[in-house]
Design a protein around this ligand. Structure first.
Ligand SMILES: Cc1ncc(COP(=O)(O)O)c(C=O)c1O
Length: 394
């Protein structure tokens, strides 16, 4: 048998992640200054760890209901009520429902598999999070890339030009990866209105919703009145059009736990749950017990520290090049200064030769003009990396 001949076209269209390429380079470097990884560097809250340990020690290690364990499902539904003003139901296909998923990635895959037929179109931002183009491959659909340079906003005006009769999903990500840019309430309102008028699902990837800095927290939670990142799901009448996808991994430092949730139209969520039953069976059992404690964890300390780092990155790089102000997440997507006459890949390799690792922009984009820097790293490492990058730019 020639195993190569058996490989499906579906996976042949998928390239290994460019981030993995950077990992491989890192393995061959001596003490690199690593600004490539999108992984929080603060300790997981003790109560969250203890809740998971308690579950393991008390033999809660088996399969769970497909939708997630009832206490986590109820706690998440309460959060959705307080945060978005929605009223999720627990059965049926009317209104909105909540589903606990195997990471945010698992949620995005289920959503696309549940909605897209072969040949359908999903509009994604360019630059994108690395999984987005391949969501279309998995569903044998087409990813239509919406150029969002230079401000990295997926505006209704940009999206409207790309809509065809085959468009079924617009995938928005705010705060964005790789840019950290946050869409304003008005941006979201216009995009929601466009999707609603065309009968298109607005899939809102909000994995960094809690990772939003003070000036970007411009909306109020209907239930508690606290200041939060704008979400299209909070706008009047969003329940029929928006599917919100969120994760526990980034906010609480538990990326390896593979836990997220979705809230959205019950008819779609029910189909996603049906798929989850076969694809993932259930989200990781004992860790779901840990996730309940996440909702009460106080992350203001780490968030303030990340805001300080964001300010430093923005100020230092901003002296030499264009950086769209990251309102959230822990990335800055900066342009290679045009006077250097280099592509993003060339500047990436130059920085690597000086022992600094970022991710070249073409990993996330059809353009090769930018680099992504992650400041989810120790302050001393970040400072050293910025010293090198700014010297190279000067
Ligand atoms: C924008 C975005 N969406 C989704 C994911 C996937 O997250 P998870 O680890 O929860 O699957 C990431 C991870 O980096 C991300 O940046």
């Amino acid at each position: 048998m020639n195993a190569e001949l058996l490989i499906s076209d579906r996976v042949k269209g998928i390239n290994g992640s460019g981030i993995r390429r950077v990992f491989d380079m890192k393995a061959k470097m001596k003490d690199p200054i690593d600004l490539s990884i999108g992984q929080p560097d603060f300790p997981v809250p003790a109560a969250v760890k203890q809740a998971a340990i308690h579950a393991i020690e008390h033999d809660l290690n088996g399969y769970t209901p497909t939708y997630g364990i009832p206490p986590l499902l109820e706690r998440t539904a309460r959060h959705v009520r307080e945060d978005l003003g929605w009223n999720p139901v627990t059965t049926g296909t009317d209104g909105t429902r909540v589903l606990i998923t195997s990471g945010t990635s698992g949620a995005l895959i289920l959503a696309c598999m549940a909605v897209l037929n072969p040949g359908d179109e999903i509009i994604i931002p360019d630059p994108w999070f690395v999984l987005y183009p391949y969501l279309a491959n998995l569903a044998q659909a087409k990813a239509v890339k919406c150029d969002t340079y230079p401000d990295f906003k997926l505006t209704a005006e940009r999206v409207a030009k790309l809509i065809t009769p085959r468009t079924k999903i617009v995938l928005s990500c705010s705060p964005g990866n790789p840019s950290g840019v946050v869409m304003s309430t008005k941006d979201n309102q216009d995009l929601l209105e466009l999707c609603r008028s065309k009968g298109i699902l607005l899939l809102s990837d909000e994995i960094y919703d809690e990772f939003t800095y003070s000036e970007s927290r411009t909306e109020k939670r209907p239930g508690t009145g606290s200041s939060v990142c704008p979400s299209p799901a909070r706008l009047p009448g969003a329940e029929n059009t928006v599917l919100v996808v969120r994760g526990f991994g980034k906010t609480y430092g538990v990326t390896g736990w593979r836990l997220g949730y979705v809230a959205g139209p019950a008819a779609i969520v029910e189909q996603m749950a049906k798929l989850q039953q076969y694809l993932y069976v259930c989200p990781p059992g004992p860790l779901q017990h840990g996730a309940i404690a996440c909702f009460d964890a106080d992350m203001t300390g780490p968030l303030a520290e990340y805001e300080r780092r964001r300010n430093m990155v923005n100020e230092r790089l901003g002296k030499f090049t264009d950086v769209a102000m990251p309102g959230g997440a822990f990335y800055a997507f900066f342009a290679v200064p045009p006077k250097l006459g280099m592509t993003g890949e060339q500047f990436f390799m130059l920085a690597k030769d000086h022992n600094v690792l970022c991710v070249p922009g073409h990993t996330f984009s059809t353009r090769d003009t930018h680099l992504r820097l992650s400041y989810a790293t120790k302050l001393a490492t970040l400072e050293k990396g910025l010293d090198v990058l700014t010297k190279l730019m000067a």
